[in-house]
Design a protein around this ligand. Structure first.
Ligand code: GRG
Length: 286
């Protein structure tokens, strides 16, 4: 199957599942369900849940067996974007070219919609235990991992550094450390989730972790490049692309993608989809 079609097919499956899992807009209290759905269906690429499905496929698990976890991770991602845009954090009026959640629903509802998506994300992952071939033990391990990867040592901690680090004196090490936590952690978790639910062994998990960290870092550097090239806006704070320039940022993201693909050697040809996803990240335009 051609890879573009693969991405489209998976995205459609994820969109349909999310629509099924989320409460309808009419369900009371309607405003919160509207706000949750507004951001979940605002045009995200679904890269994290696609990574969960693709990793599970590497272990010959079908989409059905991990779809709830994949969608749970997408809800957690959406929660982080809503909170990130709030006036007290990044104060962004737009997300994916559309008014951000708080611009449409107000700050209080946006905050609560984020909270509700976080809770719903965990709930979906727990519900994944209802699938016959999934070991209950792997769900417990996964819940612990989710808490760790989005907690103060990872995504949340990265966001804290994003707010508190002094822009002018920020070093390359600071930036890479911040990106590893703020962005790469959730991407890495998406891959680990597919592997854990599929019963991956330690060696396989280690290789996939390396792949996840490297594509996660590359993802954020590419995001910085797109911020400058497409929006042509002053992003207001130091990022990799405005500190080291577009050329060096491209070279670094290509190096990271190569390293990510190299870490998949133990899987031979079976990991071709994950290699294709890594390459796609380099060419993405949004
Ligand atoms: C975990 C309690 C807790 C808090 C979270 C707000 C916050 C703390 C973290 C925000 C982290 C953040 C916004 C990182 C940016 C990551 C990033 C590059 C997002 C864009 O991802 P895409 O391009 O988005 O995959 P789409 O639009 O495709 O869904």
């Amino acid at each position: 199957m051609n890879f573009k079609k693969y991405l489209e097919d998976k995205k459609n499956i994820i969109d349909k599942a999310l629509d099924e899992y989320l409460p309808s807009e009419e369900k009371s209290p309607s405003i919160i369900h509207k706000a949750m759905r507004y951001s979940v269906f605002a045009g995200g690429k679904r890269i994290r849940p696609i990574l969960t499905l693709a990793t599970a496929e590497l272990f010959r698990r079908d989409t059905e067996s991990v779809i709830k976890t994949a969608c749970g991770i997408e809800l957690i991602h959406t929660f982080s974007l809503i909170h990130d845009d709030l006036p007290c954090i990044d104060n962004d009026d737009f997300r994916r070219g559309k008014p951000s959640n708080h611009k449409v629903f107000g700050e209080a509802i946006a905050l609560l919609a984020g909270d509700a998506l976080l809770v719903s994300g965990f709930n979906l992952i727990i519900e994944n235990s209802e699938i016959k071939e999934i070991k209950k033990q792997s769900i417990l391990k996964l819940i612990k991992e989710v808490s760790f990867y989005i907690g103060t040592e990872n995504m949340l901690g990265g966001q804290v550094e994003d707010i508190t680090l002094n822009n002018e004196n920020i070093t390359k090490e600071n930036l890479i450390n911040l990106y590893t936590k703020k962005t790469a952690a959730l991407i890495c978790l998406s891959i680990r989730a597919g592997a854990i639910l599929s019963g991956a062994n330690k060696k396989q998990l280690l290789a996939l972790n390396k792949y996840g960290e490297n594509i996660g870092l590359a993802f954020q550097i590419i995001d910085d490049i797109l911020d400058i090239m497409q929006d042509q806006r002053d992003v207001g704070k130091t990022n990799y692309a405005n500190k080291y320039g577009i050329k060096e940022s491209k070279i670094e993201s290509e190096r990271l993608i190569k390293e990510a693909k190299d870490s998949l050697k133990i899987f031979n040809q079976k990991a071709q989809t994950l290699r294709n996803i890594a390459d796609y990240l380099l060419t993405r335009k949004k």
